[in-house]
Design a protein around this ligand. Structure first.
Ligand code: DGY
Length: 327
């Protein structure tokens, strides 16, 4: 029997390639930059499986060019780069990598929150560039965390892990938004579920962890930043399009909020000339939340496991459109 052909849209940790190569013939995209849409269509045509990265758009046009495709395995927990309805309509299961990047991502949320609150980016740039002329009693004053209130927007796994760190580490009061109540957060962290507006009014720190979908796209705009405290710190480790970046830049420039820490932007990469890079109270990381060796290896294993299940015709261990299985 011919071995299934699989297109792997970027170099992955070796563990994934080894697992996949044991059963499949692999075509691995060799460049650091993603394939163009046209190149992706060409490479996937005739394949049984596709491993996509969050920068690859898996849309109807791609699926139409790949009538033999049986599975899409996304190397990420977020699947906003995949047209799920188009996959489901073609009965193609889509896999993701939940759970294994929760801690690494929560760590970066807290890192950005601290860096923004304590003006780490600005003060370290000042030191490097010769503006550290002496120790000053009123120099680089930031804000404390102990006993303050954090608003978690989207209390899923990563929101919970972030809240747990802040509640147990700094004694922070936890507020949250979620479509349904989260008993675990309410019991273990004494968290309080609110509507977004009230959460914004009351929080000293706001950390975004919601999925990106049509109802959350652009959920942070001028109106939301205007509601936040002037001392508030805003953190986003979810997806860039949650935020109207011009409104965020305006809020940071005018002192409507104190600072922001972003691991995600729109677009990615954010051009170095973008106004957010020019603001001293904005710390920006290049989407590194899951970037630890252990986490990426764990993602690689899940991703390969999903792909292999799909090409064998088995149920994916982590499937985001389980409707394809009926029932
Ligand atoms: C994800 O998995 O969705 C992250 O954004 C990248 O690890």
């Amino acid at each position: 029997m011919p071995r299934p052909r699989v297109f792997v849209a970027r170099q992955l940790p070796q563990i994934a390639l080894d697992l996949l190569a044991a059963e499949c013939d692999l075509d691995v995209w060799p460049d650091r930059l993603p394939p163009s849409a046209e190149e992706l269509r060409k490479r996937v045509a005739g394949c049984t499986g596709l491993i996509s990265i969050l920068t690859d758009k898996v849309d109807a046009a791609l699926l139409d060019a790949a009538p033999t495709l049986k599975v899409v395995s996304n190397f990420a927990v977020g699947v906003n780069n995949v047209d799920l309805a188009a996959c489901t309509a073609r009965k193609i299961p889509v896999g993701n990598t939940p759970g294994v990047l929760t801690d690494a991502t929560a760590d970066i949320a807290v890192t950005l929150l601290l860096a923004a609150a304590r003006r780490l980016g600005e003060s370290s740039t000042d030191a490097k560039e010769g503006r550290w002329i002496t120790w000053e009693p009123t120099g680089w004053l930031g804000c404390d965390l102990v006993g303050r209130t954090v608003g978690i927007v989207g209390m899923g796994r990563i929101g919970f892990a972030t809240a747990r760190r802040l509640h147990h580490g700094w004694g922070m009061k936890v507020l949250y938004t979620a479509r349904t109540p989260k008993p675990e957060a309410e019991e273990q962290l004494k968290a309080e579920r609110l509507e977004l507006n009230e959460l914004l009014d009351r929080s000293d720190f706001v950390s975004v962890h919601a999925d990106l979908n049509p109802s959350t796209k652009g959920m942070f705009g001028a109106e939301q930043f205007a509601r936040m405290k002037r001392t508030a710190v805003f953190v986003n480790t979810a997806r860039g399009p949650h935020v109207d970046q011009s409104a965020l830049a305006q809020a940071l420039r005018t002192g409507q909020i104190f600072a922001a820490g972003l691991d995600v932007t729109d677009p990615e990469p954010l051009p170095p000339t973008h106004e957010l890079f020019g603001l001293p109270n904005c710390v920006i990381a290049p989407h590194i939340a899951s970037a630890t060796t252990d986490t990426r290896n764990a993602m690689a294993r899940l991703c390969a496991g999903n792909l292999l299940a799909g090409v064998r015709g088995e149920r994916l261990p982590h499937c985001v459109n389980s409707e394809v299985y009926g029932g």
